[in-house]
Design a protein around this ligand. Sequence first.
Ligand SMILES: Cc1cc2nc3c(=O)[nH]c(=O)nc-3n(C[C@H](O)[C@H](O)[C@H](O)COP(=O)(O)OP(=O)(O)OC[C@H]3O[C@@H](n4cnc5c(N)ncnc54)[C@H](O)[C@@H]3O)c2cc1C
Length: 498
Amino acid sequence: MSDTPRRIVILGGGTAGWMAANLLAHHFSAEVTVTVVESPDIGIIGVGEGSTPQLKAFFDTLWIAEADWMPRCNATYKTGIEFRGWSDAPGFASYFHPFPTDLDGFTAPAFFANAYARRHKADAWAHPDRFFLPATLAAHRLAPLVPDSFPFRIGYGYHFDAHLVGAFLRDHAVGIGVRHLQRRVLDVAVTDGMVTHLVAEGGEEIAGDFFVDCSGFRSVIAQEALGVPFRSFADNLLNDRAVVLPTPSDAGGTNCHTTSTALRHGWAWDIPLTSRTGNGYVYASGYASADEAETELRAHLGMLDSAVEARHLRMKVGRIADSWAGNCLALGLAQGFIEPLEATALHIVQATVEGFVHAWRAGGFGPRHRADFNRTIAARYEGIRDYIVCHYRLNQRADSDYWRDNAANRHLSDSLKAIITCWFTGRDLEEEIARQDIAHYYAPASWHCLLAGYGQFPDVADGVPQPPTDIAMIDAFVARCALNFPSHDDALAGLMRR
Ligand SMILES: Cc1cc2nc3c(=O)[nH]c(=O)nc-3n(C[C@H](O)[C@H](O)[C@H](O)COP(=O)(O)OP(=O)(O)OC[C@H]3O[C@@H](n4cnc5c(N)ncnc54)[C@H](O)[C@@H]3O)c2cc1C
């Protein structure tokens, strides 16, 4: 095999496969041929309809305008995630995890100061929502769009139909020269730890220099053929099932945020598209059967008598030991999965491909770059996992064993233990995040929102002075900023007209 691969073969035509095909063809257009092999009989998982702001960077990298892809994928804008019912603490029935904007620079310090004061028993306003513009945009269904002349960057993500995004990315990839083979792969030929070719139905051999495993949870190349071990997160994250049920769009207008509502054995998502609302219940099979979960989701949606069929899915939660092994890169569900609470899976796909391209350019297939790359990706998985685990560990519900067991979870990483200890001992959380160098997974604003959002504060002592930040000034600032933003529905209609 040559040192510089000329033929990249991607197994799998789900969102991960087509994202990888586009990025690799974009970055290496003159150097390599990219082929995607997928089996229409097997199909794609067909969920994964919410993103982080990273997906905007993905489309920007490919020079694909929102007006080109969003209407074709029934996509909407996403300013963040509202968490409902995760805490019984009075005044903390819900909170909003905002996507970052430059305007946070004006309000986040006040929030941190108030939360700090509140942790020291001062009677400060320390619920996150009034400090962050995206929560206000979501409450008023305003699109996170500003004119080019607006001097601050507003971060946002998207919601979209997973099947339509796959089809869009496939068409785009084929348009820039990616080969598309519809074949079922039956075998993977491996010599000395290197994949030489895939064997499709009928015996056809599909040879390559480098292979990308995007074959979903089964991980046909990396885990099955190469035997790369899988590190389960089952000790930290109990959820291993999901049940999915669409409903019609909200007639009152289109939300620009995801809602995550805690139910008895997990949580339900509500993802607004232009064509429908995507709903699903992520739960733990150790606590609820598939029938119980479906009934609970139907009751939550008011669909107990509906004939619409639900889809049941299994989730394998954890990560592969090495994302890049030999001449194979594992991506998407084949690489790992942290449950979808913060909708991070496609973010990791993009970060993995970009990191791989960087490592490849820096040092080809030298073992040092590969080892650095694998360490970085593994740390990213674990950084994101810790943030998700923290949601469950700090939940304030006591209505089921599921929530009580999550709150009693002792399988915490040292990093997460240090974060939680820092919060409850009243030390500076920003300093702790900087000390651990983990802000690139979740920034201090995200950690503060999570910890404060669940009302994790000591009781306020009598007679303690008010802290300096006047919440009315923050309200006025956020309200003034919000005047710059158009209605979400108008923005979506505008995209259709372009
Ligand atoms: C319940 C749930 C909710 C989720 N929500 C989110 C979310 O909100 N945001 C987010 O970013 N992610 C989310 N995800 C993750 C997201 O769905 C996936 O990361 C994304 O869809 C990518 O999947 P994939 O391409 O890796 O796998 P798949 O979609 O499963 O695609 C696998 C591909 O491999 C092909 N294949 C497999 N075996 C063979 C074979 N032998 N021969 C030929 N072809 C083969 C299949 O045909 C298919 O094309 C969620 C996942 C679950 C389970």
